[in-house]
Design a protein around this ligand. Structure first.
Ligand code: ADP
Length: 451
């Protein structure tokens, strides 16, 4: 019952309550019909006996019975007895218990086997202590059979009626609650997607659903505002941090180049330098994330030659690669134009190629390939470096996730690939990875070609 949906609960409650009401009404109808049916029969027999007595004329010590007296009239049978209970006229039905005692002026039911009769005995005195009994009786089988027919019909109709009520109730509740399902589905899409500026459409009628939608929209509004505040804070903080970090790095660099340092002091200064570099990379990635919305505005997109960008980035990283004796091979044969933000595409390739170098092996290779394939511009950045363990493969795209912080770059932040993924997404592209530990990694991606 706990897992039962509201639709089911409402249907069960409502079907249950209606069934109870139906049972009560049916029971009341049966009892009432029974009572009124018997009462009517009782009055009918009593009236018939009184009518029958009209055929007897009493005079002093004797009585006369009309010659044309009928002992059966309209379903009622009549018998005449003397004061000692001896049957004088009329006959009884075959199954009627002959010994049934005469009781003056009381209607009652007499049963024998499966048959029932309504009996009324009237006593009429005449002469000197003489009396005649007139018994009227009718089978109440007709009332009984009517009631049993009613019961049978109800037994057949009742379950059908309950099922019908249940089904109709279920569909009515489902229909009434459909807006709730719609609201949930849309709210799910908004909160699951990245666009909190979307709102739920307001229903035309100002009912409960309308108020619920308004509350949801107010909640999205507050969420959006708080996200914007957070982003603004990250943007301001990283912007403010840029200058001190740059000063720290340049001063450190100066100290390392021109300072008269002991070996210990040099090592300390180098630690500061490395940490400052890490901070600088973190600050610039955070700044980019904080400004991502503005940068991903399609109205600001331009034509970008992905092939040319790859060559520029490869050239820029030539020095870092040379330090590890890594050879970079760029394979770009034609112009590969896509539409998007040039800085973001630059960052996209930079993060991938930088990783390929950093996680590459000494004396290894990095292959970069950009090609045009139908409606797409495809590319890949491949290395023969340390590779990524299978258990990390789907997590490396998460912010701040680092497969194994002890390996590779000291200044790593775990933000690079999350940014790469996001850049692919805002340009309607896709990126995937294949890697095996110790053998190397292959990051392959595609973007829609510029039209
Ligand atoms: P980081 O700043 O740590 O490089 P990234 O988001 O760029 O952060 O990458 C996440 C993790 O993915 C890295 O910590 C690294 O372990 C793994 N990774 C990324 N690129 C490669 C690669 N070419 N070869 C091996 N491991 C990689």
């Amino acid at each position: 019952m706990r897992k039962c949906s509201i639709k089911m609960k409402v249907t069960l409650w409502y079907t249950g309550i209606l069934s109870v009401i139906l049972i009560l009404i049916t029971a009341a109808v049966i009892v009432y019909t029974n009572m009124t049916g018997l009462l009517a029969t009782e009055e009918e027999v009593q009236g018939a006996v009184t009518g029958f007595v009209g055929n007897i004329r009493f005079k002093n010590d004797t009585y006369y019975l009309d010659g044309d007296t009928e002992f059966y009239n309209d379903g009622v049978m009549f018998c005449v007895y003397d004061e000692s209970g001896k049957l004088l006229y009329g006959s009884l039905p075959v199954d009627f218990p002959v010994q049934t005692t005469l009781q003056s002026n009381t209607a009652r039911i007499v049963k024998n086997h499966n048959k029932e009769w309504m009996v009324y005995d009237g006593i009429y005195s005449y002469g000197q202590g003489k009396a005649l009994w007139v018994r009227g009786l009718t089978s109440i089988h007709s009332v009984e059979s009517f009631l049993s027919t009613v019961r049978k019909i109800l037994l057949i109709i009742f379950p059908g009626l309950v099922v019908l009520i249940g089904v109709v109730g279920y569909f009515m509740t489902k229909r009434a609650l459909k807006p709730v399902d719609d609201i949930c589905e849309r709210a799910d899409k908004i909160s699951g997607g990245d666009d909190l500026t979307q709102r739920l459409p307001l229903p035309k009628v100002q009912d409960e659903m309308y108020h619920l939608t308004v509350k949801f929209n107010e909640m999205f509004e507050r969420l959006q505002k708080s996200f914007e505040k957070e982003k603004q804070f990250a943007s301001d903080a990283s912007h403010e941090l840029r200058t001190p970090v740059a000063v720290l790095m340049s001063q450190c660099e100066y100290l390392l180049e021109h300072g008269e340092l002991t070996e210990d002091q040099r090592q300390e200064a180098e630690v500061i330098m490395r940490q400052a570099k890490k901070m600088s990379s973190l600050v610039s990635q955070m700044l980019m994330i904080a400004r991502e919305e503005r940068m991903a505005d399609p109205s600001q997109f331009e034509d970008v030659d992905m092939g040319m960008l790859a060559e520029i980035v490869a050239e820029e990283l030539e020095f870092a690669a040379a330090k590890k004796e890594i050879s970079i091979h760029v394979d770009v044969r034609e112009e590969c134009f896509v539409r998007g933000d040039q800085t973001l595409f630059m960052r996209f390739l930079m993060n991938l190629i930088q990783n390929a170098i950093v996680y590459g092996r000494k004396g290894g290779n990095v292959w970069i390939r950009i090609t045009e394939e139908g409606e797409k511009i495809q590319g890949e950045v491949r290395d023969d470096g340390i590779g990524i363990g299978e258990e990390h493969l789907d997590k490396i795209w998460d912010r701040f996730y680092r497969a194994d912080p002890s390996r590779g770059k000291e200044e790593g932040t775990g933000l690079g690939l999350s940014m790469v993924k996001w850049i692919a997404k805002v340009h309607n592209g896709e990126i995937h990875v294949e890697s095996s530990l110790g053998k190397g990694s292959r990051f392959f991606f595609w973007f829609p070609k510029k039209r």
